[in-house]
Ligand binder design. Structure first.
Ligand code: FES
Length: 85
């Protein structure tokens, strides 16, 4: 069987302020859509916001090793699709 795709939604302060609250719906939607092919969870600060704080592209989501910047539900779903292939 294929490996699972792992999705980590950053719920750290910066990402939260920058809109990751909207991404929490992924935590409900993704399992409904993909069942156990995708693991989705909310995680504390991924450490990405502090690297380029001034040019912060928060909220961040990680799909496997790929960082999705300025993440939206649509962007994250598209990235998941890419990784499922
Ligand atoms: S709060 Fe999301 S990377 Fe730091």
């Amino acid at each position: 069987m294929d490996k699972k795709v792992s999705v980590k939604v950053c719920l750290g302060t910066t990402c939260f302020v920058m809109g990751s609250a909207n991404l929490q719906e992924l935590i409900e939607q993704v399992p409904k859509k993909y069942g156990d092919k995708v693991d989705v969870s909310g995680v504390p600060c991924l450490g990405l916001c502090s690297i380029d704080w001034e040019f912060s592209k928060a909220p961040y989501v990680k799909v496997n090793d790929e960082v999705v910047k300025e993440a939206t539900v649509e962007k994250v779903l598209a990235t998941i699709e890419k990784h499922l292939k």
